[in-house]
Design a protein around this ligand. Structure first.
Ligand SMILES: [Zn+2]
Ligand SMILES: [Zn+2]
Length: 180
């Protein structure tokens, strides 16, 4: 691909996550065919079926033209409104079964990487499993063996799924579990 995608600091790898796909479709905001379109969730009041290119998401013009937002966020109150706006209005969304609580690290929202199953976690986030199994045991009040079973059942495109986040400051990696 010749044209590099715009930078999304809170969703830095939208091709990996599947939020942006290659496509010949025309963007409903700028009218151009950029080679990529948005494939994630849109939150908007009216019926909405426009294609959006990543550039019109990044510069806020998709939000201004259609009033569309890309996240239903649950973020802690200490996050500045400018950062909330950047995530809600100018950052590709997360395809999930239920709204995902966005983790915070080093006083900032972490960056969203991708939906992952056991296979993707072992391949790309190899250090995560022990901490994630412990986190699931605590979060769902499971004995260790059942938390391990839950980990083993994680899948990228089905429930249960783990959404992987990384802190831009300390590079800590965390997962939020998403169920159907
Ligand atoms: Zn566009
Ligand atoms: Zn951190």
């Amino acid at each position: 691909m010749s044209s590099a995608l715009p930078k999304f600091r809170f969703h830095p790898e939208p091709l990996l996550s599947g939020a942006i796909e290659t496509s010949d479709a025309e963007c409903g905001v700028c009218g151009q065919t950029r080679g990529f379109v948005y494939a994630g969730p849109c939150y908007v009041e009216d019926d909405f079926d426009a294609q959006l290119c990543p550039w019109c998401i990044a510069d806020g013009s998709a939000h201004r033209k259609f009033g569309v937002t890309f996240h239903e966020l649950e973020l802690p109150p200490e996050i500045e409104v400018e950062v909330l706006d950047e995530i809600e209005e100018r950052t590709p969304g997360i395809t999930s079964f239920n709204p995902v609580e966005w983790p915070v690290c080093c006083k900032a929202p972490m960056a969203y990487l991708e939906p992952a199953g056991k296979k993707e976690i072992q391949k790309r986030h190899a250090k995560l499993p022990p901490a994630l199994v412990a986190q699931m045991a605590e979060e769902f009040e499971l004995p260790p063996a059942e938390a391990q079973q839950l980990f083993d059942s994680l899948q990228r495109d089905e429930s249960p799924c783990a959404h992987i986040f990384r802190c831009a400051a300390c590079e800590a990696v965390r997962a939020q579990i998403d169920f159907d």
